[in-house]
Design a protein around this ligand. Structure first.
Ligand code: ZN
Length: 417
């Protein structure tokens, strides 16, 4: 559908690892305004970040509460220590640093520091944030399912076109019209005035369409849809008049009432289209689950559950690995002295059991315990299998988690496993 599918397994895995850290950070609270988050764009010099942190450290001496003051200064010191590991340039796409004393219950706290390098999208601007929670929203936006949408807002005076990339609105081009107002000047015949006005409107719609075509047509194969906004009847006239390139016209997901047609109108358009965009976001998930169920009932190219899916993955027979976004499990790997390997799927907080080898009955040794999704994605990456994270926000997505253990696959060919 969109470009994200071509990114391959490494990016999926990296995103998953990011999401795990973000979920961890989201839950933390500080007893005071003492959790520091710093967003560093790629083109900011580390020395400037260090200078900023030093400045904040000295200003923190004004904080009245001794506990908060000490905690903030400790956090800043920890961040400065981390920054020493870098040359003067941040990694690609920038980095985010989090540090602070988090509540661990019973009046105790624990100092943690996390550094996320090279997020999926570039950090847009430097941000220093000190609060009782970590600032994670900008990163969450990057991890949301990516879509690429074309945006057009227009009335008869002004138009703006731009992109919606993930959650980010990017204005690109604007135009304003020479359409005369409704009041005609003295001496002009009413008929002639009306005709000139209609001509001017038509010219303006053509200009707006030309602007949109130039921007969107070259990207049409990556586009997930086009949203059009404006007051009535402008947007209706524009769409009904088939001004847009016919392929773009077919991609219009909807038209929306938007009061402003300047750059802020592009943001209003995205807000107004919220439901349509939410529906679109789970469209791919819905399609993949439909395919899974149809293979399960009528075909032979479905697999589910940890053991079966793992075996199929290992054979390289899985086309798409389906993982529930809400799967929270670990995998324990055991080695048998006779060369066999055993795997156990475990709840996150369950103890690692002692088991015997299913093949030969020998006692086995725990080799490692790891996140189940990382375990499966690693295998998928080695076998050229695409991983699809499936939302639980629709019925069949919920079923993947509850009825199939959150793990399934669509096979390249039937394997009988
Ligand atoms: Zn064995």
């Amino acid at each position: 559908m969109s470009s994200q599918e071509q990114d391959g397994g490494q990016t999926d895995r990296q995103k998953y690892e990011f999401r795990k850290v973000i979920e961890e950070l989201e839950d933390y609270r500080g007893s005071g305004t003492q959790l520091v988050s710093i967003y560093v764009p790629e083109d900011t010099l580390i020395s400037d970040v260090v200078a900023h942190v030093t400045q904040e450290h000295s200003e923190a001496s004004n904080i009245k509460s001794k506990e908060t003051r000490t905690n903030v200064q400790d956090a800043l010191k920890s961040i400065k220590d981390r920054l020493r590991y870098y040359d003067n340039e941040p990694p690609e796409n920038g980095m985010v640093l989090f540090s602070g004393a988090i509540d661990t219950g019973g009046g105790r706290s624990d100092m943690i520091t996390r550094v996320l390098e090279s997020p999926p999208d570039p950090i847009q601007s430097f941000r220093y944030h000190c609060d009782s929670e970590f600032l994670t929203e900008p990163l969450e936006g990057m991890l949301a399912d990516k879509g690429l949408f074309g945006l057009i807002v227009l009335d008869r005076r002004e138009a703006n076109v731009g992109w919606l990339k993930g959650k980010r609105v990017e204005p690109v081009k604007s135009a304003s019209s020479l359409v005369p107002g409704k009041q005609r000047k003295g001496g002009q015949s009413a008929q002639r005035f009306a005709r000139l006005r209609l001509e001017a409107i038509d010219n303006f719609y053509q200009e707006v369409a030309g602007m949109a075509n130039d921007l969107f047509v070259p990207e049409r194969h990556d586009l997930d849809g086009i949203l059009v906004g404006g007051p009535s009847p402008t947007k209706d006239e524009f769409l009904d008049g088939d001004y847009l390139h016919h392929e773009l016209q077919d991609m219009v997901l909807g038209k929306f009432d938007v009061a402003y047609t300047d750059e802020s109108g592009l943001h209003d358009l995205v807000d107004a289209a919220e439901d349509v965009l939410a529906e679109h976001e789970i469209l791919q998930d819905k399609q993949v689950m439909e395919e899974f169920f149809s293979e399960l009932h009528d075909g032979k190219k479905a697999t589910y559950g940890f053991d079966q899916t793992r075996q199929n993955l290992n054979m390289g027979s899985v086309e798409q690995l389906l993982i529930s976004e809400d799967l929270r499990k670990d995998v324990a790997t055991y080695d048998c002295p006779n060369g066999h390997t055993e795997y156990e799927l475990l709840d996150r907080n369950a103890e690692t059991p002692e088991i015997t080898c299913e093949t030969c009955g020998e006692e086995v040794d725990l080799e490692k315990r790891e996140d189940a999704i990382e375990h499966l994605m690693e295998l998928a990456g080695q076998r050229g299998t695409e991983t699809v994270f499936v939302s639980t926000d629709f019925e069949k997505g919920e079923q993947l988690l509850t009825a199939f253990g959150g793990i399934a696959g669509i096979l390249r060919y039937s394997t009988g496993v």
